[in-house]
Each structure stands twice: as C-alpha cells, then as structure tokens.
Design a protein around this ligand. Structure first.
Ligand SMILES: [Zn+2]
Length: 109
C-alpha cells in the first residue's frame, strides 16, 4: 500500500472533478498542491500544478480506467469540429452545425 499520483492538471476545476469522480466510486483520494498556483516562486510550474493522489496504489488500475473514460468524454465535449457542409467551426457542445444545421460527423478515432 502506497501513495500514488494519479493525475495532474493546471486546471483546478478539472482536478476537483476528478476527485469527485473517484470519490463517487468509493476510491480514496486527495488533492495536493491545491493552493500552489500563484505562489510558484522558483519552482517549475509543473511541480506546482494541483495533483490528484490515491491513498492506496491498489486502486490505481480502476482509477486509471475511470479517469481515461472521463477524459475522453471531456475531450468530446470540448473538441471543436468542422462542418463538412459549410466548413464552419463548431464548439464541442453542438450536435449540429450552428450555421447550416448539418449534423456533426461521427467520431473518426
Ligand atoms: Zn455547416
């Protein structure tokens, strides 16, 4: 049993979302460096970014799977897509082109 770092992001909002996600599945975790941003001093920014840690590395495979699912969901929501019909760029939250009403193309990955 050991502490292990699961996730690191400059986006504190995302950090808390990950923590909530893990806790909702009963995975013990905590946030490190929560307040470090803005007080970086001589440290490299990466060292100061907030991190989500697991209190027990036995949870890692499960936590990692949850996190991967969650991240790909997030990507789909935030990724812009280009309309095949009118070439307009649309925000990830749109299912149809806001300009011409063409449907969003299926994920190609
Ligand atoms: Zn369009």
């Amino acid at each position: 049993m050991a502490l292990i770092r699961l996730y690191c992001s400059e986006d504190r909002f995302q950090i808390w979302q990950v923590k909530e996600l893990l806790e909702s599945r009963g995975i013990p975790c905590f946030v490190k460096n929560e307040f470090a941003i803005g007080a970086m001093g001589d440290l490299a920014p990466f060292d100061c970014a907030p991190e989500v840690w697991l209190t027990d590395d036995e949870w890692q495979p499960r936590a990692k799977r949850l996190l991967d699912d969650w991240l790909s969901e997030q990507r789909q929501c935030t990724q812009e897509w280009r309309c095949a019909h009118c070439q307009e760029d649309n925000g990830g939250g749109f299912e149809i082109c806001w300009q011409c009403g063409e449907e969003r193309p299926a994920e190609t990955e």
